[in-house]
Write a protein that binds this ligand. Structure first.
Ligand code: PMV
Ligand code: MG
Length: 362
């Protein structure tokens, strides 16, 4: 039996802008995992058992008289794509395909099946690609693993930056620049998968940042799940109608994340906190210009409480619910902050940054 696991993630800064090619974001991997167990099967029918999302909820709408299901919220879509992409790669490396059973488990979803928004679709994709690479004895670097998982994830979600896949592959704190997905789509038609994986991908950059020693990361969960893909769709509509404002947002965000990255490289706590606050403002403005509720009233409360205790706080990821994050000096007393969060209906998540040791040694 092969067991592989992949961590969840949180966005620290650069959200929405990172969806555009070459724009940066900062993310962390967290010590919560999707685990995948793979056993070779002798029978003609393979089985996939997923304990992820006990109560799967699918969104659907009508297109004429047709029922159209939104596959982007269906964890099985990511599982199937991860298998298809890795097997296509295995075939192009001359491997014979085999039957297997998969069992998937996740601690990225709360006990009662609610979604924390910690990137379980990216983590499940990465865990399966890893397990299948071992099954077919394909030795892959982190870069290749990222590329395979990114192709699988992008095929399902279509509008994401793939930063969550990068965080899940590399671990720790990363600065991620999204690659040119139009280029990828064109090349997918032109070259085989093994060639595509070997090519350098335009704009793609992943930089591992030093651990910020004097900083703590606090995470608050609002209890309300949000759909990243629907929120990104809405911002994409705003982009079409308000091109000028959108361009401003992109350049401001790029500048902010680049200063923030500098803050991490130099271990400059006050620069880091300053840029977290600046990024929050940019996202608040994007939300109010577009009418998209990125910072919900509860996320606003989460930030206000953290700021009272000298924490630099903001929404994480697409917002609209899910989690908020706080970067706060290591020696700052936080029990009062956590109590106030709980009183406001915000659940502190006791999670830590996960460092992938194989990556650190590379
Ligand atoms: O809400 P999350 O944690 O899935 O983050 C989404 C971040 C966006 O930049 C809004 C979208 C993306 O794919 O990068
Ligand atoms: Mg989210």
């Amino acid at each position: 039996m092969i067991t592989e696991k992949a961590p969840g993630k949180l966005y620290i800064a650069g959200e929405y802008a990172v969806v555009e090619n070459g724009h940066p974001a900062i993310l962390v991997a967290l010590d919560q995992f999707v685990t995948c167990q793979l056993t070779a099967a002798k029978h003609q029918t393979g089985r996939i058992i997923s304990r992820q999302y006990q109560d799967i909820e699918l969104s659907w709408r009508r297109q004429g008289d047709q029922l159209v299901v939104d596959q982007r919220d269906n964890p099985f879509s990511y599982i199937i794509q991860a298998i298809e992409v890795t097997e296509a790669y295995a075939r192009s490396c001359g491997r014979q395909l085999k039957m297997f059973d998969l069992t998937i488990d996740s601690d990225l979803d709360s006990d009662n099946g609610r979604k924390y928004g910690l990137g379980s679709s990216a983590a499940v994709t990465v865990a399966i690609v890893k397990a299948l690479c071992r099954f077919y004895q394909l030795s892959v670097t982190n870069e290749k693993l990222f590329k395979l998982a990114a192709i699988a994830h992008f095929t399902v979600q279509k509008n994401g930056s793939l930063g969550d896949v990068a965080a899940s592959v590399y671990g720790g704190w990363i600065a991620y620049h999204s690659f040119d997905r139009q280029w990828l789509a064109e090349q997918q038609q032109a070259v085989d998968l093994a060639t595509l994986i070997d090519l350098p991908w335009p704009d793609l950059q992943v930089e591992q940042l030093p651990r910020p020693q004097q900083l703590k990361l606090l995470i608050g969960w609002t209890g309300k799940p949000a759909s990243t893909s629907l929120l990104v769709d809405k911002i994409s509509l705003f982009k079409a109608v308000h091109q000028q404002e959108y361009r401003h947002f992109l350049s401001d965000s790029r500048q902010c994340v680049s200063k923030l990255t500098e803050g991490f490289r130099e271990k400059n706590l006050s620069l880091i906190q300053q840029q977290i606050r600046a990024n929050r403002k940019l996202l608040q403005r994007l939300g109010s210009l577009s009418g998209v509720s990125i910072e919900t009233p509860l996320l606003q409360k989460l930030c206000a409480i953290a700021e009272k205790f000298n924490g630099a706080a903001k929404t994480s990821g697409a917002g609209g619910g899910d989690c908020g994050i706080v970067l706060i000096a290591d020696d700052q007393e936080t029990s009062g902050l956590l109590t106030e969060w709980r009183q406001a209906g915000i659940e502190p998540l006791n999670l830590h940054v996960f460092f992938n040791h194989t990556t650190e040694e590379e």
